[in-house]
Design a protein around this ligand. Structure first.
Ligand code: SF4
Length: 605
């Protein structure tokens, strides 16, 4: 088998056992990698109704066949587990260098089960695997932990996937961090590590990933890399301004939500744009492993020094979403979130929920404590104060650590929570891109943009421009195609930003050249469809009620946009959802049919 080792590491933290397991090509052809491997093992081995923070939950760190190769952006890995935020599947993706290093060590995936009774870390040095004590690391931030591990192991080249204090304290939206500022963030995967008392997975590898035909693979890689370099977004906007290049574009199109989606354009967007950040703070860009795009930012703040980020989503969540217009404060807050190990989208969304509860007089100063900064739109003091309180679960931070949905529920007003399936929404108002709204509503991991980035066709014109307010069959089918395609790209081990420049046939070429297979584009997309359906199956077993939960916040369905070019629009989800179920081949109430399961070969899971 090329591009895989066929090897999975299984670690049980309850009894300290470490095992090597194997898979064959037939399995690889069915599930490909990352999300595919993760969902297979969760469905096969775990009761989907387990408490996500109990030892019965498993957490899987998986690479794809292209991870660790020279394929453009081939450095991704994924963390798959049951989410403590949504209660459904979590599959959080990260770049940086950890994924490639895991592959160099000779492993395709790690399954961690059980829970330790004291803090530990896993140290993988090629075949050698040890569970080591991490008591001295507990309480340390991301950078402190990484530094201490490098010192202790005596190797500056180790890579680590780790948690900060937020994960240790079971914050429901805590992240798994690697390379200090890269995060597998969404769904609270960091809290699952925390519940297992697993502080870090440390890896050092010395092998090279073998592909089927080195010369052919190199030439395909060159062709696809050139395509990316010549694309105006992948080779222009993203390297120049980072993902924050989107701030002005999305704001001008009237989809940049502000003040908890009460408005859809932000008056200060320009001042927190990628262009403004480049002019004021940017030192250089920073690519992940094997990435020709390099959207990562290295910034310098006079008050803080050198840091990385923030991404578009974080600028919005910590900025416009909360009415905040102080770019320096946003950059600093992003740095703190990385150090404590928090998902910035859910962090910003939770704060925005609190802001609206405060605005409406539901949440009062006495609930927060006299010394706490008030939750007033635009008050950037809130950011720094509460990030620490949340991570440490101190004072009102303990309630915020539960996420926006549970916070709103505590005060009896879930209508002010802007999320799907208890996960906070990202930075696009779907009333200005209705297909994107259908994507949010049907996403297996709840409020999430990246698993079906309909902003591409609806706003940016990739692969071609679609009317954002068209809700016909073609739009619904495009949402499904984007969901399946993204599952394929994730499973391959690539970054979804390659879709600016590459299409489904390009991924087929890269995979076939690396693997020595001869699959068609349709066959690869079928793998994506299988993964999507398997994740849906997990959610249904976990108790998902589709007709109640494949939905959007009431505001987006019933309150027309108040300002900007989409004024007057809502998302007409009720007209798209039945078609979505039909085109997916599911029942009218959103369940997977026996025929569909058989067609995809998942009926025995
Ligand atoms: S495009 Fe950005 S996030 Fe994606 S691999 Fe490259 S640097 Fe990392």
């Amino acid at each position: 088998m090329f591009a895989y080792w066929g090897k999975i590491l299984r670690v049980n933290l309850t009894n300290g056992t470490i095992k090597e397991e194997h898979f064959d090509e037939e399995f690889a052809k069915k599930w490909l990698g990352t999300r595919g491997f993760g969902i297979y093992y969760l469905l096969k081995e775990m009761d989907a109704t387990v408490d996500p923070l109990s030892p019965e939950n498993k957490i899987i760190y998986a690479t794809g066949p292209l991870t660790g190769t020279t394929a453009p952006t081939g450095g991704r890995y994924m963390v798959i587990t049951k989410s403590p935020l949504t209660g459904y599947i979590a599959m959080a993706n990260s770049g940086g260098f950890f994924g490639a290093e895991l592959k160099f060590a000779g492993w395709d995936a790690i399954i961690v089960e059980g829970a330790s009774d004291h803090p530990v870390y896993l140290y993988i040095n090629d075949e050698s695997v040890e569970i080591r004590d991490a008591s001295h690391l507990w309480g340390k931030t991301s950078s402190e932990t990484e530094e201490a591990l490098k010192e202790e192991i005596g190797d500056k080249r180790i890579r680590a996937a780790l948690i900060g204090p937020a994960g240790e304290n079971l914050v429901r939206f805590s992240a798994v961090m690697n390379d200090e500022h890269r995060a597998a963030a969404r769904g609270g995967v960091g809290a699952v590590m925390g519940s297992k008392k697993l502080k870090a997975i440390v890896v050092r590898g010395h092998k090279r990933v073998e592909v089927a035909d080195r010369a052919k693979f190199t030439s395909v890689v060159k062709e696809k890399t050139d395509k990316l370099r010549n694309d105006p977004t992948a080779g222009g906007g993203l390297p120049k301004y980072g993902t924050a290049v989107l701030v002005n574009i999305i704001n001008q199109n009237g989809l940049y939500p502000t003040r908890n989606f009460q408005y859809s354009q932000f008056e200060y967007a320009e001042e927190q744009s990628g262009e403004a950040m480049a002019a004021k703070y940017l030192i250089r860009n920073k690519p992940c492993y094997a990435c020709p795009i390099g959207c990562g930012r290295v910034n310098k703040l006079p008050t803080l020094g050198i840091t990385e980020g923030p991404e578009y989503e974080s600028i919005w969540a910590l900025g416009a979403h909360n009415g905040i217009n102080d770019l320096a404060s946003i950059i600093h807050a992003n740095h703190m979130a990385d150090e404590y190990g928090l998902d910035t989208i859910s962090l910003g969304g939770t704060l925005a929920t609190a802001m609206e509860l405060y605005e409406k007089g539901i949440l009062k100063q006495e609930d927060l404590g006299e010394e706490a900064p008030p939750f007033r739109w635009g008050n950037s003091e809130v950011l720094h104060y509460y990030i620490e309180k949340i991570a440490k679960r101190e004072g009102f931070g303990d309630k915020l650590a539960e996420g926006g949905y549970r916070l709103a529920e505590m005060y009896g007003h879930t209508e002010y929570f802007m999320g799907v399936k208890k996960q906070e929404l990202p930075a696009y108002d779907p009333r200005g891109a209705e297909g994107h709204g259908l994507g949010y509503a049907t996403n297996n991991r709840g409020g999430c943009h990246i698993k079906q980035y309909m902003i591409s066709p609806e706003i940016l014109g990739y692969p071609y421009k679609m009317d954002p307010h068209d809700i016909g069959d073609e739009k619904v089918k495009m949402v499904i195609l984007f969901q399946d395609l993204t599952a394929l790209i994730d499973a391959a081990g690539l970054c979804v930003f390659t879709t600016f420049g590459l299409g489904a046939d390009d991924y087929r070429d890269l995979l076939n050249a690396a693997l020595g297979w001869d699959l068609s584009t349709e066959e690869y997309l079928k793998i994506g469809e299988r993964i999507w359906n398997a994740e849906r199956l997990f959610n249904l077993r976990a108790g998902l009620d589709p007709l109640k939960e494949d939905t959007l916040p009431k505001r987006l369905l019933e309150e027309p946009v108040r300002n900007g070019p989409n004024k007057g629009h809502v998302v007409r989800l009720h007209l798209m959802l039945p078609k979505y179920y039909k085109f997916r081949g599911w029942t009218e109430d959103g369940k997977i049919t026996e025929e569909k399961m058989k067609e995809l070969g998942i009926e025995e899971l």
